[in-house]
Ligand binder design. Structure first.
Ligand SMILES: C[S@@+](CC[C@H](N)C(=O)[O-])C[C@H]1O[C@@H](n2cnc3c(N)ncnc32)[C@H](O)[C@@H]1O
Length: 236
């Protein structure tokens, strides 16, 4: 069984998700105590897609995160670099055009998506800034970005309890529901090491996204960051 470490070597990250693919969605629901569904609804509201718009869901895994956009009538492209996750997605959602691609070198032309989104995946990409630039490259001028990612609870007592829950409870609970419990050691480590809300907003700005803002969900356990593409790289 493979687990990535904090240097996030792409082949380790992909292999780790290959290993958890079969039980990924179930494990997610159990470990988040059902919160995942609420977070996905908030992403759909924030992205506010219209029928016929082209939407890229990056790091889409089994395609579950893409379903709300497809249901809203958007032409939705789920993209991921774990063939195991994509294979599992194809079994469950044969109607989705699941596409293999690396977030840091996307297999799409410039300026083709009305909206780009990424849920619980940016933290796993080995080069965050390259992925933020690539997302901007493939977004149309004026195209929207919504990032949904684990973040840092803003209320100190919640932060303490959450950190304890994560670090101590997650791996034992994962052992009973996941095919690769070690992956959940990585999950806890990578959440702790991830930039807080303000720092991530700065990274979006650094990649040229404008109108950057964020909203906390579940007290900051998750944050939604948004931005808009002002135009060609370099910022017209
Ligand atoms: C935790 S899963 C999230 C899946 C889905 N978005 C969801 O919300 O359920 C993270 C996904 O990011 C993908 N991923 C990580 N690094 C990637 C990269 N560089 N390019 C494409 N996908 C990547 C993994 O393969 C995995 O499927």
């Amino acid at each position: 069984m493979t687990r990535a470490s904090l240097d996030k070597q792409p082949q380790d990250v992909a292999a780790m998700f290959d290993d958890v693919a079969e039980k990924y969605d179930l494990t997610n629901d159990v470990l988040s105590l059902g919160q995942t569904r609420l977070w996905r609804r908030a992403v759909a509201q924030a992205l506010d897609v219209r029928p016929g718009e082209r939407v890229l869901d990056l790091g889409a895994g089994t395609g579950t995160s893409s379903l709300p956009f497809a249901a809203a009538g958007a032409d939705t492209v789920p993209c991921d670099f774990s063939l195991g996750m994509l294979r599992e997605g194809k079994k469950r959602h044969p109607e989705l055009p699941l596409t293999a691609g690396d977030a840091t070198r996307l297999p799409f032309a410039d300026g083709v998506f009305d909206a780009v989104t990424i849920s619980f995946a940016l933290r796993n990409v080995h080069d965050t800034d390259a992925a933020l630039r690539e997302m901007r490259r493939v977004a149309k001028p004026g195209g929207r970005l919504v990032i949904c990612e684990f973040s840092h609870p803003t209320y100190r007592p919640l932060r303490t309890v959450y950190t304890e829950y994560l670090m101590r409870a997650l791996p034992p609970v994962a052992r009973s529901v996941s095919s690769n419990p070690d992956a959940y050691v990585y999950l806890a480590e990578s959440i702790r090491a991830w930039p807080d809300q303000k720092a991530l907003a700065g990274r979006l700005q650094g990649a040229g996204w404008k109108g950057v803002a964020w909203r906390n969900l579940t007290g900051g356990i998750v944050a939604l960051h948004r931005g808009a593409n002002p135009g060609a790289p370099g910022g017209r």
